[in-house]
Design a protein around this ligand. Structure first.
Ligand code: AMP
Length: 542
């Protein structure tokens, strides 16, 4: 017997219509490429998303056709989020930090038909023109009078001229909620990039789950700053969750430096911000140098790579901001776990609370996790035993878009490529990417643990731990370190700093000071590149 509830498909268009109806006056604030601050509202975003819908119809794009963006976080990008998906086309967010050849490869693989880009990225457009052969229309995200005459791009229109002739009303279609809504390619550090293809249903369920109190705890009283880019995994779903909850949205545009981000947090009374550790590192350095304080910021979600304890302490103790450590992947829309305390943890000492907060957190409802040994046998949730982490759930991929090989699933579970422990309370902790694991004398060393200690040293800005071949121990860890400006920390001082913090055999054999650690397009340390840079390196005494 079927239930007698209305069978209303979960549509992305319903998010912006909800925000329009219930939070129409709520502000959407963006720092633009031009540097100025632009203000709009959910009502206007809804109207202009409907104009985008008409503009796409006028191009005679088919249902499911891909409309790509190469854009910073801003109101026009938000309008495309709703306008493109709302009509049944697929929003494809391209990552401008990739090499133009890679962008062209991705655009061809996705068969993008339209590309909307911020003027900052004009050089990329020029480089891919003629190579990205499926793209039929280029739209510059700017005012009509800001479009230079001599771009050399055939048929280029400005976004404002493109949408202006169209009405601000539109009858959003209803269709199968499992239809594709947006797509994002993984960084492709191994082989060609692969695309996660999200659906209306997965996106809305993810927005529900992400807004919950023990996840990001979003509400109509929040002012939300996604520093995480809208070009990578839909800015962790915040544009959708923001519309669902009616939160004010604040978009940083291209200005991600510590000063600009801090100023935006203060001027727009931001209560909640999201970003990768490297972004917060820059902002904390700016605040420390100027002895600055937050007036409104209450929580910040940090993920994408492990959040060092020193950062959690700085936010919490020095600035009174709660850090939500979170973990996820492009293939997971991306939210998998968020670290929030349970009732039983509230009376713990600050040190013991920190031990919990350092973990990547508990699975959201909808995300099922398990850890397995190399034979696929499930391992216990004891907080000590580590194994390969597998996940399943309604916003986790079952296959990649137009993939050549078989589905990545193993008995219905997606192998994350991360190695983790899970404790009896369900808190998951990543010890490594499986390809970064260091094996020494038959024992595994967590590179994240070794890095966390280094960055707790006041003279260290960034640290990456890698394994180096060793004739006796198989591999030994070394730590590559970027000093803070003006800091004098020496090799001996840093090695001594490890004493008593981890077992002796886990302490790195050496410290290599470097000017910079290579970062990928999404701000993650690229250890393969670092290993290449250090390929002639020889361990002391070997
Ligand atoms: P991406 O698909 O580019 O977002 O990368 C996903 C990968 O980033 C995960 O599989 C993890 O290896 C890593 N990652 C994400 N969040 C965290 C975190 N909080 N701690 C450690 N690693 C993380």
């Amino acid at each position: 017997m079927l239930g007698l509830m209305q069978n209303q498909p979960l549509m992305i268009s319903s998010l912006i219509e909800h925000a329009n109806r219930h939070h129409g006056e709520e502000e959407i604030v963006s720092r633009r490429v031009e540097g100025d601050i632009h203000r709009t509202s959910y009502r206007q975003v809804a109207q202009r998303a409907r104009q985008v819908a008409h503009a796409l119809d006028a191009l005679k794009l088919a249902f499911g056709d891909r409309v790509a963006t190469l854009a910073w976080n801003g109101y026009r990008h938000l309008e495309l989020y709703f306008g493109v998906s709302g009509t049944g086309r697929v929003l494809h967010t391209l990552n401008p930090r990739l090499h133009p050849d890679q962008i062209a490869w991705i655009a061809n693989h996705a068969q993008d038909q339209v590309l909307c880009f911020d003027m900052t990225f004009l050089p990329i457009i020029k480089a891919i023109q003629g190579k990205a052969t499926s793209i039929r229309h280029f739209v510059a995200l700017c005012d009509a009078d800001k479009l230079p005459a001599d771009t050399g791009i055939a048929g280029l229109t400005s976004y404002e001229a493109w949408i202006a002739p169209h009405p601000t009303t539109y009858a959003w279609p209803d269709f199968d909620e499992n239809s594709a809504s947006s797509m994002c390619y993984t960084s492709g550090t191994t082989g060609n990039p692969k695309a996660a293809l999200y659906s209306h249903r997965s996106t809305i369920l993810h927005a529900f789950a992400g807004s919950m109190p023990d996840a990001l705890n979003l509400s109509a009283r929040d002012s939300v700053l996604p520093v995480v880019p809208m070009f990578h995994v839909n800015a962790w779903g915040l544009p959708y969750a923001g519309a669902m909850t009616g939160a004010k949205m604040v978009f940083p545009g291209p200005a991600m430096d510590g000063k600009s981000i801090f100023e935006l947090i203060e001027s727009e009374k931001v209560t909640f911000a999201a970003g990768v550790p490297t972004v917060w590192q820059m902002m904390l350095a700016h605040m420390q140098a100027g002895n600055l304080r937050f007036s409104t910021l209450r929580r910040t979600v940090i993920g994408g790579s492990a959040c060092p304890p020193a950062m959690i302490t700085a936010f919490n103790d020095d600035y009174g901001v709660e850090v939500l450590h979170a973990w996820g992947m492009t293939e997971m829309s991306p939210l998998g776990t968020v670290c929030t305390l349970k009732n039983k943890h509230l009376d713990l000492s600050p040190d013991d609370k920190m031990k919990v907060r350092l973990k990547q957190g508990r699975g959201l409802y909808g995300v099922d996790m398990k850890i397995v040994d190399p034979d696929g046998k499930e391992l216990p949730w004891d907080g000590r035993t580590f194994g390969d982490l597998l996940v399943r759930g309604p916003w986790i991929i079952r296959d990649y878009f137009n993939a050549e090989g078989p589905s990545p699933l193993v008995d219905g579970w997606f192998p994350t490529g991360d190695v983790a422990t899970i404790d009896a309370d369900g808190y998951m902790q990543i010890t490594d990417r499986s390809k970064d694991v260091i094996k020494s004398g038959g024992e595994w060393i967590s590179s994240i643990d070794v890095e966390n200690i280094a960055v707790a040293h006041p003279g260290v800005a960034m640290a990456a731990c890698i394994g180096i071949k060793h004739p006796k121990w198989d591999e030994r860890p070394i730590i590559a370190v970027v000093r803070k400006p003006g800091a004098q920390v020496s090799r001996e001082e840093l090695l001594a700093f490890y004493e008593g913090k981890i077992a002796k055999w886990q302490i790195p054999d050496d410290v290599v000071f470097v000017d910079a650690i290579p970062l990928g397009g999404t701000g993650k340390m690229q250890k393969t590149k670092l290993r290449e840079q250090l390929r002639d390196y020889v361990l002391p005494g070997v």
